[in-house]
Write a protein that binds this ligand. Structure first.
Ligand code: PGA
Ligand code: ZN
Length: 409
């Protein structure tokens, strides 16, 4: 397939920060793709360039894009990677690269009269012949702490408690029907909102970066108690998840956890306590992004089929780090964020490695999102265990859920 025109345009994400969008046309079709941005980014992620810099690189590559007849996704992505030529994608920028890669996938699927998830699935089958398409479990982030929390200025002086150290608190409906799952998280979101109003002044309840609630909880246990009470009271078929994003509260070998400096051993005991007390299904980035050993220690201690210990900043959707995590027995699942690596081909490669090594995949949005729904198609196409798309409100989050429901229909 020849590309006829390629354009790079600026766009604001859900945090009103600048990101970018690509428009590609073939002779017959025109498609768009935009990319998100993280805030608690792992230091090993591929590099995203600021828009003006990205535009300078794009100006250099875009005419070359018109000269090749790209026969496959791999072909196109290889062209981008070779043109970039760097390990961390800083020449073209992983953000531009991913927007191009997704737009190319959309163009190819239009040409082939295929849905994007089918196109992805077909690409994936060449690596994992036994792969099945399926709707993922919804790992819905309803309470935002850490770098994603949002607090009024009166908040600290009034409550004298630290903001939540953990970044995300999820509910995870364990139902196969994604529309039913979405209904459950919407219901939980509304009930949680009403419950929080009974604890806090409405002026102190804010919306965090991923559209979950932020409020002066006195500890993570308070959030977990509220979640478990709701789940029990209404018999919701749901588990609970946490993304600690521990690199964000790590400094010089210690963790600043709920206003107190603690060691990694103390943090590990806290996790064991939480796992013993609550119906925890999912624990992401419990330790600093380079501490594979502590992940392994925790994993060994709490090993169970029903608990996912998940790498995000640890593994950054990149093969060498996922391989290291596997070698060290550090995790049994990894977050899959396409913009951590740059192209769809690399994403499919790393997911096939995960599956071959007994790990589950959880496709994920970023905290600064756009209206692009590619991760929903990706999750279905690779048969991911789960998807993280935030709270089911605000367009940048809800379009991902709606796309999943539409696919399942
Ligand atoms: P980020 O956070 O998009 O700000 O990096 C999401 C996450 O840590 O999972
Ligand atoms: Zn994370």
């Amino acid at each position: 397939m020849y590309i006829h025109t390629a354009q790079l345009r600026p766009l604001l994400d859900s945090r009103k920060e600048q990101t970018l969008e690509v428009v590609l046309t073939s002779g017959r079709f025109s498609v768009k793709a935009s990319v998100p941005h993280g805030k608690s980014t792992g230091s090993h992620e591929a590099v995203a360039l600021p828009f003006q810099e990205a535009l300078r690189s794009f100006d250099r590559i875009h005419k070359e894009l018109y000269q090749e007849d790209f026969s496959s996704q791999k072909d196109f992505d290889m062209f981008l990677s070779q043109w970039d030529g760097s390990e961390d994608k800083h020449v073209l920028g992983a953000n531009t690269m991913l927007a191009l890669s997704i737009a190319f996938a959309r163009l190819m699927s239009r040409e082939r009269k295929q849905e994007v998830y089918d196109y992805i699935h077909q690409e994936f089958l060449s690596r994992v012949p036994s792969a099945q398409k399926k709707s993922p479990y919804l790992v819905a982030n309803l309470v935002n702490g850490g770098a994603h929390g949002s607090f009024s200025s009166a908040w600290r002086s009034q409550f004298h408690v630290s903001p939540l150290s953990f970044q995300e608190f999820h509910v995870i409906p364990l139902v196969d029907d994604v529309a039913v799952g979405l209904g459950l998280i919407q219901e939980l979101y509304s009930k949680l909102g009403r419950k929080l109003s009974s604890y806090f002044d409405d002026a102190n309840i804010a919306m965090g970066d991923e559209a979950g609630f932020s409020a002066p909880f006195d500890s993570p246990h308070m959030v977990l108690d509220i979640f478990s009470d709701l789940i029990e009271k209404y018999h919701y078929p749901c588990g609970i998840g946490i993304d600690a994003a521990a690199s964000e509260f790590y400094k010089d070998g210690m963790y600043l956890y709920q206003g107190k400096e603690i060691s990694k051993e103390e943090l590990l005991s806290e996790y064991v306590h939480i796992i013993d007390t609550y119906p925890l299904l999912f624990l992401e980035d419990p330790f600093h992004e380079d501490d594979f050993a502590s992940f392994s220690e925790l994993f060994e201690k709490v090993k169970s089929e029903d608990l996912l210990i998940v790498g995000d900043d640890l593994t950054v959707t990149q093969l060498p780090r996922v391989a290291e995590a596997s070698k060290q027995g550090a995790v049994n699942a990894c977050i899959v964020k396409p913009n951590q690596v740059g192209t769809i081909t690399e994403v499919l490669e790393v997911v096939s490695y995960m599956y071959a090594h007994g790990m589950r995949a959880v496709a994920s949005h970023r905290s600064g999102e756009t209206l692009d729904t590619f991760i929903s198609d990706l999750a279905v196409g690779i048969g991911a265990w789960g998807i993280k798309a935030g709270a089911p409100v605000r367009p940048e989050r809800s379009v991902k859920y709606e796309r999943l429901v539409h696919i399942s229909e």
